[in-house]
Design a protein around this ligand. Structure first.
Ligand code: B1M
Length: 228
C-alpha cells in the first residue's frame, strides 16, 4: 500500500505534475506517514530518475523545471510538519545556509535547512547563487556557529572554497564551522578545501551540525582560564 504511494510520488515528479505531487503529500500526512520518509522514498527517487533522463537527453530543461516545481510543491506541504518539533526545543546553534555562487539548485539545500530547523537549529537561509562575501557578512552579523554551503554543479563546487576564503578575509574563520554538501561534493573535496565537515544528505547534515557544535563547545572550554 505504502509502496504504491511512494511509486505514485516518484511518478508525479517524473511527470512534472505539482497538483498530483501535492495531493499525494496531503494523503501521506493524513495517513500519518513521516514527511521525511515520503521525501526520501517517494519524491527524491523521482528526482534521480529525472536527472538520469536529463543526462541521457531523454528530458530537457523545461522538463527539469516542471519536476522541480512538483518537488517544491510537495515539500511546501510537508515542511511545516517537519519543522514543528524544532520550535519546541532549546536552540541548538545558528546556521547560515545557502547554495553557492553561480548555482540555482535549491531543493536539497532547503531540505537541509528544514531538517536543521526541525532539530532546533536557527537557520538563516540566504537562498541560491550566494557569493562568499554574502555568506561571510551574514555569518558576522548573526555571530553564526555554522556556515552551510550547498553546490550541485561540478563547476560551482569550487565556489565552496571561495566561501571559506571570504570567511578568512573577514577574520571569522576561527569562530565559524563550515559544512559542505551537494550531489557532486565528497568528503575528500571537503578536506581539500579546508571545510570542517561534509554531509551526504539532509539527515547526515543534522548529525554533522551537532558534532560541529560539540567541537566548538570543546574548543571554547579549552580556551577558558583554569578555575582558581
Ligand atoms: Co540541474 N543539474 N541544472 N536543475 N538538476 C543536476 C545537478 C545534474 C546532475 C543533472 C544531470 O545532468 N544529470 C547536472 C549537473 C552536472 C554536473 O555538474 N556534473 C545539472 C545541470 C547540468 C544543470 C544546468 C547546467 C542545465 C542547463 O542549463 N543546461 C542548469 C544549471 C543552473 C545553475 O544552477 N546555474 C540546471 C538547472 C536546473 C533546474 C533549475 C531546472 C532545476 C533546479 C530547480 C531548483 O532547485 N529550484 C534542476 C534540477 C531539479 C536538477 C536535478 C534533476 C535534481 C536536483 C535535486 O533537486 N535533487 C539534478 C540531478 C540530480 O541531482 N540527480 C540536476 C533532489 C535533492 C533532494 O537532492 O540536491 O542532491 P540534492 O540534495 C541532497 C544532498 O545532495 C544533500 O542533502 C540533500 C538532501 O538529501 N545536500 C547537502 C545538498 N546540499 C547540502 C548541503 C549540506 C549538506 C548536504 O551542507 C551544507
Amino acid at each position: 500500500m505504502v509502496n504504491n504511494l511512494f511509486s505514485a510520488m516518484r511518478q508525479s515528479i517524473v511527470d512534472g505534475a505539482p497538483d498530483t505531487a501535492l495531493a499525494l503529500a496531503q494523503q501521506a500526512l493524513a495517513a500519518g506517514l513521516a514527511p521525511l520518509e515520503a521525501i526520501n522514498s517517494g519524491y527524491v527517487p523521482g528526482m534521480h530518475e529525472v536527472g538520469e533522463q536529463f543526462a541521457r537527453a531523454q528530458m530537457f530543461l523545461p522538463d527539469l523545471m516542471a519536476s522541480a516545481e512538483a518537488m517544491r510543491t510537495a515539500m511546501a506541504a510537508l515542511e511545516p510538519e517537519m519543522k514543528k518539533s524544532g520550535s519546541e526545543r532549546e536552540m541548538a546553534g545558528i546556521v547560515v545556509l545557502g547554495t553557492t555562487k553561480g548555482d540555482i539548485h535549491e531543493i536539497g539545500k532547503s531540505l537541509v535547512g528544514t531538517l536543521l530547523t526541525a532539530h532546533g537549529f536557527c537557520v538563516h537561509d540566504l537562498g541560491v547563487d550566494v557569493s562568499g562575501e554574502k555568506f561571510a557578512a551574514k555569518a558576522g552579523e548573526l555571530n553564526a556557529d555554522i556556515v552551510g554551503v550547498s553546490a550541485l554543479l561540478t563547476t560551482t563546487m569550487r565556489n565552496q572554497r571561495g566561501v571559506i576564503e571570504s570567511l578568512e578575509k573577514a577574520g571569522l574563520r576561527s569562530q565559524v564551522k563550515v559544512m559542505v554538501g551537494g550531489a557532486p561534493v565528497t568528503r575528500s573535496w571537503a578536506q581539500e578545501i579546508g571545510a570542517d565537515g561534509y554531509a551526504k544528505d539532509a539527515m547526515t547534515a543534522v548529525a554533522l551540525a551537532r558534532e560541529l557544535m560539540h567541537d566548538k563547545a570543546r574548543a571554547t572550554q579549552n580556551l577558558s582560564p583554569e578555575p582558581a
